[in-house]
Design a protein around this ligand. Structure first.
Ligand SMILES: [Zn+2]
Length: 151
């Protein structure tokens, strides 16, 4: 699909971590701010990426304004920008993923799944970096470049 997906999926450990995270996300087991608030672990449930909305897993991975920029740019780079999440997306992450993959050719679905897993993982890592006070990156820094052998 794109070299970035191919390169990243060769790094087995990275892909395994990403896949495990996505499994947790699909089962709503990630400790988002909204979940921590529900469990009375914190008072504020603002999203670490935009600071504006409640930080649910579907918000971080799909509807956040920050995340939508990432999705649009990456999906556009493989000609799938029509699948980009929209501002008024009501769907959960899982619904968006399953409905999106039905709209692409069967042969491309495996690559698409890998792309979704890796993007979701990048978004979660960025959320964690901000939540735990590490340096934050902007959307341009998170969008992978397509140079062979590049990071
Ligand atoms: Zn947000």
């Amino acid at each position: 699909m794109i070299s970035w997906v191919q390169e990243s999926s060769k790094k087995q450990e990275h892909l395994q971590n990403a896949s495990f995270f996505v499994w947790l996300a699909l089962h709503d087991k990630c400790w988002t701010a909204a979940r921590r608030r529900r469990h009375n672990l914190q008072n504020d449930d603002a999203c670490a990426l935009c600071g504006q909305e409640s930080e649910t897993i579907s918000h971080i991975l799909l509807t956040c304004v920050f995340s939508r920029v990432i999705w649009f740019n990456i999906l556009q780079s493989v000609g799938l920008q029509l699948l980009s999440p929209t501002p008024n997306q009501l769907a959960e992450f899982q619904e968006w993923w399953s409905s999106s993959r039905k709209r692409i050719q069967t042969a491309d679905r495996k690559s698409f799944d890998t792309l979704v897993v890796l993007v979701a993982w990048s978004l979660w890592l960025e959320r964690n970096a901000r939540t735990f006070g590490r340096q934050s990156r902007n959307t341009a820094q998170l969008i992978p470049r397509h140079q062979p052998g590049g990071e």
